[in-house]
Design a protein around this ligand. Structure first.
Ligand SMILES: NC(=O)c1ccc[n+]([C@@H]2O[C@H](COP(=O)([O-])OP(=O)(O)OC[C@H]3O[C@@H](n4cnc5c(N)ncnc54)[C@H](O)[C@@H]3O)[C@@H](O)[C@H]2O)c1
Length: 459
């Protein structure tokens, strides 16, 4: 059944939610306060790079099912379900900054004239659903609004780079609400996703649905991110062991990942995670736990290990080059992962900042990122070879597939030095070594250096 939906906040999450809900047949109005973004969205274009998103935005616009506005009154008038997708970044004390959400609740409240279900998609501290409902009731200044407002949680698990596909073909849909009517309404909204009946769906079989109460849904999102972050830090800790012992982390993670209880994903050793979510969400858990008198030691270690991985590159550069003053370092990849232009908490920027502090000159190439935040003196090159021109060392900071097929002999001849630090363990040490480069990875054994474990990774 077609629903009338408002999506407040048209960033990485909100834009995907808007485009996908329109694609599965709903009437969607996206709300965005940033005028530059709004202009692009009205034009059917995403304000950031995400595969397949422009096509869906344009299709939704042409079908008359998708529009964008900055007018909250209009959005509230034309919707019954209101998704909140604004940012919840870390505050300096580590807790989630709820100011954008507060602003949205206060702006929407006076326009509640008929029943609305507010659905939290932003990742918010446990208990925020109840908080949101109180804020709206107070801001409305009319006790009758209490009867018109319901609040639910529908945490989002999409990954930037594959966001459209993740949203339309999710591993599960989680809906949390304390009243059955909201649950039923949101289940109906998601029915085309749950039974994969929307146009163009290529996935067979229904998508699992988790229906629960508000706080449990909020907790599921935090627990999922905490687990995934911990899995990455676990792989990085094992990589440190491999470096010390002379074993090969790629083979180790393949060997353990074949165990179905463990699984192969999120076990890539390297520079650690980046992006807007993992650090902020794990940090929010750690600080909230402390506030409630519990020390989340596992999560503290997860964060500390991730942070250490960013220093690893600098340690290795210092080990090889001894002194970085005046050295030229080329970074391949700037976004925090492939498939996106998102620079939030990107390890590449952290590494650039660190080596610049040591006096190095940094050049960089990224397939989609063409500009950096002001104040970071990094020369952006037109391709990987131009970035490597005269470099003492090249660091692969993002595992863009394009880097796997580089002509490493050409890269080597552009460079002054010979060190290639593969911060994502995405290259073949054999191919890189054959081009005359010195390969360094994270916990990897370089061929010829010792006996390799026998395991057929293609099995
Ligand atoms: N990015 C991800 O991969 C991802 C995945 C899952 C969950 N999340 C969570 O989703 C939430 C949003 O993340 P994001 O990456 O999309 O953030 P974002 O910063 O890209 O987007 C937020 C958008 O909200 C807009 N906005 C802020 N205040 C507004 C207001 N009062 N009215 C209208 N628009 C307003 C901003 O201009 C911005 O465009 C966060 O809580 C995040 O933790 C993000």
């Amino acid at each position: 059944m077609t629903k009338r939906v408002a999506v407040i906040g048209s960033g990485y999450v909100g834009t995907v939610v808007s485009a996908c809900l329109a694609h599965i047949g709903h009437n969607v109005i996206g709300v965005e306060s940033d005028n530059a973004k709004l202009e692009l969205l009205r034009d059917g274009r995403a304000p950031f790079y995400e595969r397949n998103l422009d096509q869906l935005l344009e299709a939704g616009r042409q079908a008359g099912r998708l529009g964008f506005t900055s007018d909250m009154a209009l959005a509230m008038d034309e919707s019954d379900l209101v998704f909140i997708c604004v940012g919840t970044p870390s505050r300096p004390d580590g807790k989630a900054d709820m100011s954008a959400m507060l602003e949205v609740a206060q702006a929407a409240a006076p326009h509640v004239k008929h029943p609305h279900t507010f659905i939290n998609k932003s990742t918010v501290p446990i208990g925020s659903g109840r908080w949101l409902s109180s804020v709206i009731e107070d801001a409305a200044g009319d006790p009758r609004v209490t009867k018109l407002v319901r609040v639910a949680s529908n945490p989002e698990f999409l990954r930037e780079g594959t966001a459209v596909s993740d949203y339309l073909h999710p591993d599960r849909v989680v809906i949390g609400a304390d009243d059955p009517a909201s649950l039923d309404d949101i289940v109906e909204l998601y029915q085309p996703v749950l039974d994969q009946s929307f146009p163009g769906s290529d996935q067979r079989g229904p998508v699992p649905l988790v229906k629960t109460d508000l706080m449990t849904a909020e907790m599921i999102k935090y627990a999922a991110n905490a687990f995934l972050a911990t899995k990455i830090s676990f792989a990085n800790e094992m990589a440190r062991f491999c470096d010390l012992m002379g074993a090969d982390i790629q083979t180790v993670t393949a060997g353990i990942g074949l165990d179905q209880r463990i699984g192969p994903r999120f076990l890539n050793a390297g520079l650690g995670w980046g992006g807007s979510c993992f650090t902020k969400d794990v940090l929010a858990m750690v600080t909230t736990a402390a506030e409630y008198g519990y020390q989340a030691r596992l999560l503290e270690a997860t964060l500390a290990i991730n942070n250490d991985q960013r220093h690893l590159v600098v340690e290795r550069l210092l080990r090889h080059l001894k002194n970085l003053r005046g050295a030229r370092i080329a970074l391949l990849g700037l976004s925090y992962k492939p498939g996106t232009d998102d620079l939030r908490d990107s390890p590449a920027l952290d590494i650039a900042t660190q080596v610049i502090e040591y006096g190095a000159f940094v050049s960089a190439y990224d397939p989609v990122v063409k500009a950096l935040p002001a104040g970071l003196p990094v020369r952006i090159a037109s391709d990987a070879y131009a970035a490597a021109e005269g470099a003492d060392a090249v660091v692969v900071a993002t595992e863009w597939p394009q880097f796997i097929d580089l002509d490493f002999a050409r890269l080597r001849s552009a460079m002054k030095g010979e060190l290639l630090f593969d911060g994502r363990n995405c290259l073949s040490p054999t191919i890189v070594g054959a081009a005359g480069l010195v390969y360094e990875g994270v916990g990897r054994r370089v061929p010829g250096s010792a006996r390799r474990l026998a395991i057929d990774l293609r099995a």
